[in-house]
Structure formats: structure tokens, C-alpha cells
Design a protein around this ligand. Structure first.
Ligand code: LLP
Length: 421
């Protein structure tokens, strides 16, 4: 299918819409999401009872609306994400709960929201349990456990083990069960998320750990969540994860718990990256091409203000070029791709630790377009206004139609909330 990322090459269209048309209509830099690609990814996860999308990966309302229509539930980590869920048509109450708040603390905005609304909470610290118990005794909670190990595509995305701030330390589970009891909170579920973009071996270690913890909770347990973390094949040689094999492992954990408790146990999965990463493209325009010693630089109008993954993690994203003149780009050369920000780290082609690396890309001209691919997860949601750059536009292509789903931020909006006294 044409929307699947082809590496370091030419690209003239996304889901059948020409790059030229997209740029003429929406400008650059713009994020473009392909709705059908998201649906295809979701289809591979349907064996799980609940797909709970971690909206931190991409929380545009149009994406959340698509998820809701697909029967997907939501994870939220802030008052803003809770309100986004509501704005996209999600209800608070339901069985299973349509929205779950998972975090390691309650800020005061969230605490007020969960007090006033029947929002399901997944507690990642003993303080969350007691603060919730104080104001909402008698409700249900779920507990996020840090099983003592973790793994991620970078040490910054590992969320398990003693170096991580996430989840309730596994040795404190019994203490936390006692704490819940003190406030008549029923522990109805367990959740483990060991990291983002990890591998099959590490992800599957979680099942064994879950089994032991679940037995300690006992038969109040109605659900288990495998968390997120499913990797995306960003590089050509990487293969998609075997979701069926992953499901089978969880299925046997769930079945053994059902036998132990003699009642159904719901199996949830909580992916962020997996459904959306490959559906997203960031289109930028090459605005300068310069040579520094032996190095060629393509400088584009998107920077780490738009896509922070390379500077944060040395993350690799496939890239392609579209010619403005519509000519075919046959010659390639090694280039470094950078953005407009006044910071030497504003480079899209860098390895972990900040080493600048070359990428073989077509020989391009100023005015051609650079497309950064597999950018649908943790792209727009991690963007910033650094150097007073406005947030990019977002576009969704569905049923062959590209629609603006977020306007480009205006320049005056950048300081609209500031005062001179
Ligand atoms: N559930 C919880 C509780 C999480 O903390 C996360 C991710 C997920 C689910 C979804 O994980 P995923 O399926 O997307 O791997 N900014 C980083 C990723 C940070 C992930 C944080 N938590 C990146 O760009 O790679």
C-alpha cells in the first residue's frame, strides 16, 4: 500500500493525495494522518477484550473521535487529556470504563475532576490511593505495578525497574492492598506497563509477573492490563511485532486467573505508538541547502519544536523527498537534515547521544518537500513553541478526503496569554 513508509526515497503522494495538493491546501510544516492505516493497525489487536488507546501518542480530537467510532477506549494522564476524551464524545461511566486515568500522582485539577465525576483511576503510587480514598471512599481502583524490571527503545522510555518513577513498587503491593482496604476501595484491576517501544521478549516477561501479583489481589480482580509498549518498525530491517503470539501468552495468563477466581477476567491492551505511528507524516519544505566542509545540509521549515524524537532519543524516522517541479529524483547523496531552530541539536538525522549522522536522500532543490515518515506517534503531542514557532497544522485523510483537523497556530496566538504591566 502506498501509505506504508518507503525508506529514504521519493514520495509523490500520501494515501493517493499528492504532496503538492496537500502543501497548497495546508502549507508547511503540517502533520498528515491516514485514517485507514490506523484502522488497519487496530484490526490486528481485536483479540484483546479492550483496546485502550494511550492518547499521549496523538491526542488530536479527530484521532480520538476515530478511536471512539472504532470501539476503542482511552487512557488519559492529565486533566487536559480527560477533557479531550470528553470533547471527543467519551462518557466517564461504563463497563468497562471508557476512560481510565493512569498516573503516578494526582495534580489538583485532576483530583477535583475525579471527585466530581465517576472517572476510573489507575493508581501508580501509594499517595494516589490515600488521596483518592480520602475523597472517594468506597469506589473501585486499579493498581499500576512496577514489576521490578523494564525495557524501552531508549533508557528514557523504560518505565520499569528501580530507576523508574512509574507504578507501585511490586514489594509494596500488599501494603497498598491494605491501604485500599482502609478506604473501602475495591482493587478491581492490575496494570503493568514496562516501557515504550520495547521488544517481544521483554514484553512477554510481564505475563509471568502479572500472574503472581493478581493472585495476591485475589478474586476482587476483574481486569488485567498488559499496558502499551508495542514497537513500531521505524527501520527497513525491523519487522512488525507478532501480535498473535503476544496475545496467546496473555490469553493463557488470563485463563489461568479465570480458573483460579472462577469468574471472567477482562484482558486489556494499552497501546499508544502502535495504532498511530505509521499513519502519520510530517511534511516540511526545504528552505536552504548548504555545504559545510564535506557535509551537505538540507534545512527544512520543521524542527524539534515539531518533532522532538530525534533530539530526545536519537530516534530514527524514514524520510522521503517530493520534487516541487515534479521531476523524478534519481540521484542520491548523503545529507544531514536540520530545522530552523537556533540550536545545534536541531537535527533530524542524529543518533542517541546527539551524534550527527548522514542519510542517503535524493538530490533536492530549495522548494522541494521533505516528508518525515512514521511520525504519527509522539510527534505533534510533544511539540513546543520554542523559538516562538507556531504549532503545525494537522490534517487527516479519510475516505480519500484530506481534512484540516487542527489549524496552524497563528503567530499572534503565541503571546496572546502574556501581559505587559
Ligand atoms: N500506558 C502507559 C501507562 C504509558 O506510560 C505509555 C507510554 C503507554 C501506555 C503507551 O506506550 P506505547 O504503546 O506508545 O509504547 N515519547 C516517547 C514514548 C513515551 C511513552 C510514555 N508512555 C517516544 O516518542 O518514543
Amino acid at each position: 500500500m502506498s501509505t506504508i513508509a518507503t525508506l529514504n526515497t521519493e514520495r509523490t503522494e500520501i494515501a493517493g493525495i499528492s504532496i503538492r495538493d496537500l502543501v497548497e491546501k495546508f502549507g508547511t510544516p503540517s502533520y498528515v494522518y491516514v485514517a485507514d492505516r490506523i484502522r488497519q493497525q487496530l484490526a490486528t489487536l481485536r483479540q484483546f477484550d479492550v483496546i485502550r488507546y494511550a492518547q499521549k501518542a496523538n491526542s488530536n480530537l479527530a484521532i480520538l473521535d476515530l478511536m471512539r467510532r472504532e470501539g476503542v477506549m482511552l487512557d488519559a494522564v492529565s486533566a487536559g487529556e480527560l477533557l479531550r476524551a470528553q470533547a471527543a464524545g467519551y462518557a466517564w461511566q461504563g463497563d468497562p470504563p471508557p476512560v481510565v486515568f493512569t498516573a503516578d500522582l494526582f495534580d489538583r485539577d485532576v483530583l477535583a475532576m475525579v471527585q466530581q465525576n465517576p472517572i476510573a483511576v489507575n493508581c501508580g503510587s501509594p499517595d494516589m490511593i490515600s488521596q483518592y480514598g480520602e475523597i472517594c471512599p468506597g469506589r473501585d481502583i486499579t493498581i499500576r505495578i512496577n514489576p521490578g524490571f523494564g525495557h524501552g527503545h531508549s533508557h528514557k522510555t523504560n518505565t520499569g525497574g528501580p530507576q523508574s518513577k512509574h507504578g507501585i513498587w511490586h514489594e509494596q503491593l500488599d501494603q497498598c492492598l491494605a491501604l485500599a482496604k482502609k478506604y473501602q476501595l475495591t482493587v478491581s484491576g492490575l496494570h503493568i506497563h514496562i516501557g515504550s517501544g520495547t521488544d517481544f521478549e521483554h514484553l512477554s516477561q510481564v505475563c509471568g509477573a502479572m500472574q503472581g501479583f493478581a493472585v495476591r489481589v485475589g478474586d476482587s480482580l476483574q481486569s488485567i492490563s498488559a499496558g502499551g509498549g508495542l514497537p513500531t518498525p521505524y527501520r527497513d530491517q525491523e519487522r512488525p511485532i507478532d501480535v498473535n503470539r503476544y496475545f496467546e501468552l496473555w490469553q493463557s495468563t488470563r485463563q489461568s486467573l479465570e480458573r483460579a477466581f472462577r469468574h471472567p477476567v477482562r484482558l486489556e491492551i494499552e497501546p499508544g505508538r502502535y495504532p498511530v505511528a505509521e499513519a502519520g507524516f510530517l511534511i516540511a519544505e526545504i528552505r536552504a541547502i548548504k555545504r559545510m566542509g564535506e557535509n551537505w545540509f538540507y534545512l527544512v521549515d520543521a524542527g524539534f519544536n515539531n518533532l522532538a524524537r530525534p533530539i530526545l532519543y536519537g530516534a530514527y524516522h524514514p524520510m522521503s523527498i517530493a520534487s516541487r517541479r515534479g521531476v523524478s529524483l534519481e540521484q542520491h547523496r548523503p545529507v544531514i537534515v536540520g530545522g530552523p531552530l537556533c540550536e545545534s541539536g536541531d537535527i533530524f538525522t542524529q543518533a542517541d547521544g546527539g551524534t550527527v549522522v548522514h542519510r542517503e536522500l535524493p538530490v533536492a532543490e530549495v522548494g522541494d518537500w521533505l516528508i518525515i515518515e512514521c511520525a504519527g506517534a509522539y510527534g505533534f503531542t510533544m511539540s513546543s513553541n520554542y523559538n516562538s514557532k507556531p504549532l503545525a497544522a494537522e490534517v487527516m485523510i479519510d475516505a480519500g478526503q484530506p481534512q484540516l483537523v487542527r489549524s496552524r497556530q497563528s503567530l499572534t496566538a503565541l503571546f496572546a496569554d502574556e501581559f505587559i504591566r
